[in-house]
Design a protein around this ligand. Structure first.
Ligand code: 6GU
Length: 242
């Protein structure tokens, strides 16, 4: 897996790269590299953003800057690049990340993640340079960097060897192995702490019973989650603008 992250804050990713599961994947031949938009800007003074046409708050990442950075990295017109490689713009309005999207991305050989800053991207980045848009949830972050790290973390931990135990990522929350349900609970020593006991079945050594109990727990958690979703008000359908 080779991931290129385009950002104005490559130093944020130095910490991320040092985390054990990330180091493991990188040591096994994976790549996680950052490209600083500012290193490739065609504008003077390291300028990368500009005020929005039509007025309004904040600054917008310029399309010519993103174009130049992609071209410098890949040596071809980014308009062609996006047909050959997934160029994913991180933006709160994008497709919502979930376990199946992570699986889909983890199956790719290479990915490009574009982080926006300020008020976000000039819309023409999304329309003409990116192949798709991705969001990590219905809230707004100050920039795409943390979202990019979330995406990288979720992908890298699925790759062989990342967790040191190849089964760990298999039967986990929301995985097909659990029919998309949350994971069953885990316990370790002590078996009784302050009168809080570990469920008897887990201490029984009876593997079939343990398996049955775990799947049952996972199923009932899925049901509880579904009930909770129903009780909540439906996720705000965008209403008419004021
Ligand atoms: Cl991908 N970017 C930003 N700026 N905010 C977000 C997001 C992405 N996903 C959720 N909120």
């Amino acid at each position: 897996m080779e991931i290129d992250v385009f950002t104005l804050f490559p130093e944020w990713f130095e910490w991320f790269r040092q985390q054990r599961h990330v180091r493991t994947v990188l040591a096994a031949g994976g790549r996680l590299e950052c490209v600083n938009y500012r290193d490739h800007t065609p504008l003077g003074g390291g300028q990368v953003d500009d005020t929005p046409f039509g007025g309004g708050a904040g600054m917008v990442l310029r399309v010519d800057v993103v174009d130049a950075a992609l071209r410098a990295r890949y040596g071809i017109d980014p308009v062609e690049l996006r047909d050959r490689r997934r160029v994913i713009a991180l933006t709160p309005g994008g497709r919502l990340l979930d376990d199946s999207v992570v699986d889909e991305l983890a199956a790719e050989e290479s990915l490009t993640l574009l982080c926006g800053r300020y008020e976000g991207f000039d819309e023409r980045v999304l329309e003409h340079l990116a192949s798709e848009r991705l969001s990590i949830g219905r809230y707004v972050l100050a920039g795409g960097e943390l979202a990019a790290m979330v995406v990288c973390d979720a992908i890298l931990r699925k790759l062989p060897g990342a967790l040191g135990h190849d089964d760990s990522a298999l039967e986990e929350s929301f995985s097909p192995a659990l029919a998309g349900a949350p994971e069953y609970p885990h316990y370790t020593r002590p078996s009784d702490y302050r009168g809080w006991p570990v469920p008897e079945v887990l201490l029984s050594g009876h593997h079939a019973n343990i398996r049955h109990w775990r799947l049952e727990q996972s199923r009932s958690r899925a049901e509880a989650q579904a009930r909770e979703r129903q009780n909540r008000r439906p996720a705000a359908e965008p209403g008419p603008l004021p």
